[in-house]
Ligand binder design. Structure first.
Ligand code: ZN
Ligand code: ZN
Length: 266
């Protein structure tokens, strides 16, 4: 696979968050901490979140900024699973008779290529404000490919559903991207799916905290609980909402929309 931009990143085995406010409450006589100093706007982390260890390292590079406030996720965008959208001589190419490609000459690595890069807050801003998603990359999946929302061009996804492969993804002239539950990554389980532009991780339809489909999700599919990557701590995260999407001519029904928004972590 492509290793051109890969860098070695130390993955932490635990979540290490240091909040400025916690420092202020240490109780000891801390001469350097002034009472007038307010809590920092950007919460600082010292280690990458443990969930990044789940990303396909052949495609994805994750970098924590020097000041610990931002994480940049760069990807070649080449997924580590089969699809009709690979070139026919690629080992990952499969025929999918029920899928009508967006255009016959499109393939992964062709056109504008698949590369994407997003920079997110190391700690999502969960103050209650929501932001709508937009067309284009709204997140990066653990496979390395892009995540899109439930819209296609100016309309809804229904008309394009017949072009979606078994991973709920397709490629036009732009990057290869998922719209639906990406079954090579998760199929009605609690696997990590990826990270969205607001810095919040998204998981499959089930939650590790209960071993079931959550019933306490907000409008974005989010809730706060432990996950397999939080070492017992509760953390806000999204799930693919367990609601069948009647996607007209999708070849692999039932389908589930991956993320319809809005973002909660901006
Ligand atoms: Zn699309
Ligand atoms: Zn959960």
């Amino acid at each position: 696979m492509k290793k051109g931009i890969k860098k070695i990143v130390p993955y932490s085995s635990f979540l290490a968050l240091i909040f400025m406010s916690a420092l202020a409450c240490s109780g000891s006589d801390d001469s350097s901490a002034s009472d007038e100093e307010e809590v920092s706007e950007n919460e600082v982390v010292t280690e990458l979140h443990a969930a990044f260890a789940a990303f396909n390292s052949d495609a994805v590079t994750v970098i924590l900024s020097d000041d610990g406030t931002e994480v940049t996720i760069e990807t070649t965008g080449f997924p580590d699973h089969t699809s009709i959208y690979w070139e026919t001589d690629n080992a990952l190419y499969i025929d999918e008779p029920g899928v009508s490609k967006t255009t016959q000459d499109t393939y992964i690595g062709g056109g504008q290529g698949e590369a994407a890069s997003i920079t997110v807050d190391a700690t999502p801003d969960l103050t209650g404000a929501t932001v709508a998603t937009q067309l284009n990359t709204i997140g990066i999946a653990v496979s390395g490919a892009s995540i899109f929302n439930d819209q296609e061009g100016a309309g809804d996804l229904d008309q394009a559903a017949g072009s979606l492969d078994w991973a709920g993804a397709h490629k036009g002239p732009g990057v290869y991207h998922y719209h639906l539950e990406p079954t090579p990554i998760t199929s009605d389980d609690d696997s990590l799916v990826g990270i969205l532009l607001d810095g919040v991780f998204i998981y499959g339809r089930q939650c590790r905290s209960t071993g079931t489909t959550p019933t306490d999700l907000d409008a974005s599919g989010g809730h706060t609980s432990t996950t397999q990557y939080t070492d017992g701590e509760e953390e806000y995260h999204y799930h693919i909402i367990n609601e069948v999407y009647a996607a007209g001519n999708y070849a692999y029904a039932p389908a589930y929309v991956l993320f319809a928004g809005p973002f909660q972590g901006y």
